[in-house]
Ligand binder design. Structure first.
Ligand SMILES: [Zn+2]
Length: 202
């Protein structure tokens, strides 16, 4: 009898583990899907001659959540891309724009039940805004060793002592995100060089 009970318990445990692994795999797929959408935003920045950084915010809450105004689970509720030079504003970072839009959709400054996807590790301003907005989870494409504040220079997202700590996943579509930046800067250097040669010729 005891043996059978133990076997049932073991089977339940195994089933739970399988479900957890399946959920994790499903989440990994979703993370890639939404990071690609953030990359699409980044490309809009590149078209403006801005450093290609893009962001989307996805609502993962309950479909029946009345406060969220019946926002469906899995809906992208905020998009943004870097427009710092275009807008002549240091506030025009991808994440800030996406946070502003998501708050409008949810009619709340608290972005609970949301995941923020960003192609490059957030700066100190954006990491601060992510904490302030109570975003529970952030997914990062590639890291920014010279300015990132999600583990590189500082780790504002996972700092003990603040009243909110963000769950961070790094390295989703890392190579593509980093290649996008490398290509942009390579193009920029070439354009500058052509400009230099031209001014020397004249
Ligand atoms: Zn920023």
């Amino acid at each position: 009898m005891a043996g059978r009970k133990r076997a049932r318990r073991a089977a339940r445990r195994a089933e739970k583990e399988i479900n957890a692994v399946a959920a994790e795999k499903e989440q990994e797929k979703l993370d890639i899907k939404y990071m690609k959408q953030a990359m699409k935003q980044a490309k809009k920045a590149a078209l403006l001659g801005e450093v290609p950084i893009g962001c989307v915010i996805v609502y993962y809450g309950d479909e029946e959540e009345p406060e969220a105004g019946h926002v469906k689970k899995g809906r992208v509720i905020g998009r943004g891309y870097n427009r710092r030079n275009t807008d002549k504003s240091t506030l025009s970072h991808a994440e800030i724009t996406a946070i502003r839009k998501a708050g409008k959709i949810l009619d709340d400054w608290r972005l609970e039940d949301c995941t923020l996807y960003v192609t490059l590790e957030p700066c100190q301003m954006c990491a601060g805004a992510i904490v302030q907005a109570r975003v529970p989870r952030t997914v990062i494409g590639c890291m920014n060793p010279k300015a990132g504040c999600a583990g590189s220079i500082l780790n504002i997202l996972e700092m003990d002592g603040f009243n909110h700590k963000v769950l961070v996943t790094r390295g989703v579509c890392e190579e593509e995100c980093s290649l996008m930046l490398k290509e942009f800067f390579k193009g920029l250097r070439q354009r500058l060089k052509v400009g230099d040669d031209k001014s020397r010729d004249s």
